[in-house]
Design a protein around this ligand. Structure first.
Ligand code: FES
Length: 162
């Protein structure tokens, strides 16, 4: 499951201060904020701009340039689907279409019930068992649309049983 600390300006200010001494401090600050809060909260933008003497547009530009920075909170579970060559050759695109339809989200989005975030990834090191999907920390190989549905259902069932 994903960590999801609620936004706190005090905490964000402390995280930013802890990375102030680093060279090219904006990227380490962004990574640290995402680690803390699960995303780059809109309210972090002016704090970063002020700290680094940048414009808000400059900070926005960096956040949107790098795909690894999220603008919204992640779902309780992250689904990473491989889009690299071996998986593509085993119809990863068909699987991705199925997942998008089933969850009603695109990449970098979170389902309406907050259960799943969908992210692309380029090789999970499981090429021999393509197409590959990772749900939280668990790697799955030879994932068909039906198998994906079973994995998603069992992830939710495990969560409900806790
Ligand atoms: S190409 Fe998909 S796991 Fe390597």
């Amino acid at each position: 499951m994903n960590a999801r600390s609620p936004w706190s300006e005090d905490r964000a200010t402390a995280v930013i201060a802890a990375n102030r001494h680093l060279r090219g401090a904006l990227l380490p600050m962004l990574h640290a904020l995402q680690e803390e809060f699960g995303c780059i909260d809109e309210e972090a933008i002016p704090l970063l701009a002020r700290e680094l003497n940048l414009s808000r547009a400059d900070v926005h530009g960096v956040v949107s340039f790098y795909h690894e920075f999220r603008r919204s909170r992640p779902g309780r579970h992250t689904i990473k689907v491989c889009r690299a060559e071996a998986c593509q050759s085993m119809n990863a695109d068909g699987l991705i279409d199925h997942i998008r339809r089933r969850l009603k989200v695109d990449f970098h989005e979170t389902t309406a019930d907050d259960a799943f975030s969908l992210e692309p990834v380029f090789c999970l090191g499981n090429c021999a068992l393509a197409p590959a999907v990772m749900v939280d920390e668990t790697l799955h190989g030879r994932v068909s649309p039906a198998r994906f549905d079973a994995i998603a259902a069992s992830t939710l069932a495990t969560e409900a049983a806790r």
